[in-house]
Design a protein around this ligand. Sequence first.
Ligand SMILES: Cc1cc2nc3c(=O)[nH]c(=O)nc-3n(C[C@H](O)[C@H](O)[C@H](O)COP(=O)(O)OP(=O)(O)OC[C@H]3O[C@@H](n4cnc5c(N)ncnc54)[C@H](O)[C@@H]3O)c2cc1C
Length: 478
Amino acid sequence: MPDPVIILGAGPAGLACAYQILEQSPGRRVVILDKAPFVGGAGGSFQWKGHTLDFGPHAFHTRGDAPERMVRGLFADQPDLLIQGRKQVHVYLRGKRLKYPLQISETVLKFNPLLSLLIVIEFLLTSIFHALVSIPIENFEAWGKKRFGPTLYKMSFGDYTEKVWKTKAAKISEKFASEKIQGFSFINLIRRLLRIGGQVTEPYFQTWIYHKYGSGRLYARLAEEIRASGGEILLGTGVRSINHGERRVLSLLLEPGIPCPELPCGWLVNTVPLPAFVKLFGGQVPFVVRHAASKLRYISLILVYIEFALDRVSDDHWFYLLDPKFRFNRVTEQKNLSAFTMEPGKTVLSLELTCRVGDEQWRMSDAELFELAKQDCRNIHYVRDKMIHITDYHVKRVPNVYEIYFKGFDQHAESLLDYLSGFENVSTIGRRGLFLQGDQHQSVEMGFQMAGLLANGCPDGQALDAFLRKYAKYIDDY
Ligand SMILES: Cc1cc2nc3c(=O)[nH]c(=O)nc-3n(C[C@H](O)[C@H](O)[C@H](O)COP(=O)(O)OP(=O)(O)OC[C@H]3O[C@@H](n4cnc5c(N)ncnc54)[C@H](O)[C@@H]3O)c2cc1C
């Protein structure tokens, strides 16, 4: 029997890849390894008291494409287990609760008229200036100011970006903006105000599906299907190192204590964080590549879950705290995705705080973090009045969860991808594996694409290159 396809990581990308390989090539040996004790990666769920909680509610975005069809197909026999809906998102800006995507009537008209006038004048002057003078845009701040003018940029993106990433926006790559905010256009807002057209821009996906009992159930079902088709999923299984020759990965050496210490490898699909993956190749990795790996950084996340003895606190799914006075970035109410994830008569808000492993906030006790979260709750008018109904709290710390697009990150990531492309039986996919800012359906799509390439034997360098260029858009064309 040929050596197996080994997939590192049982998140959306790894599971989707295994599922599709087994669909297209029944009988092929596929082994998934994950160091976590559960499947689903960041899209998994856990139990707290009678609640099923996600690591921040995870709605699966829908576009009528293959990832959505896969999810619906998994539950074809019980379609009522899937709930579908439209995102209900608000932002808190200058003490006002505004609908998101921003509506012109609110953005311009709800503020002090002088501020609105300033925003419009700045925008016009900035646009004229940039039409006359060509200045290279070298960071996120410059990108935002050019596109929106200084005041609107600072209010709507600048302050928030610095809070989330704990760094000056001038240090963040302009490529971050093109990944995350490209759909937002101030011109469209103005056009709609003047009633001369202007499409409704939707920078984020607006429609979703969600498992009635939490995001993790979707991946648990996917894992069941993989196992039923003969795939192996080894959870709680860390990899110590990768045994490789000059151009081929030969086997994976697993952490001590695992019954089979070495797994031979026919093809290796990676979905774990890119720098951690390259580190597994050991001391033969060239210094420049190891240096580039050390420059790819992450921000970590603390989730404070607050339980209320109330049916609902709000009708929002996501509520962004844009004003700098807030310590937390975002509040979510998972019950608004599915009431079945909560104990009857209760709801849970999750408050998200980004930080670095080991910093002051990371080291705070759970009780201190709860106090910090309550301070923010007191500044949110619709939560403040309901705080007397708080009954309990729970804290989760998730290290290194968001990729930081510091200036130059693209060259560092490219250096790692270039190194890996020297191996004829390795591919790297998914949010983590490509150092992307993507969502679940994008990871699933990449899993499918890679499975398609593997179904025809072993993809050649050209096919892998085309794959990278499609998904790692930050790599400049040459
Ligand atoms: C707070 C938050 C909210 C989000 N909300 C949404 C949302 O609403 N909708 C949406 O579509 N997306 C959302 N996302 C993004 C979504 O989580 C990711 O896009 C998706 O999980 C990426 O899937 P992946 O398989 O590429 O990576 P992951 O889900 O990160 O999976 C990687 C897997 O690799 C494993 N692993 C890591 N290191 C090792 C190792 N050394 N050895 C073995 N295994 C390892 C991990 O345990 C994990 O299971 C959110 C992300 C966060 C952080």
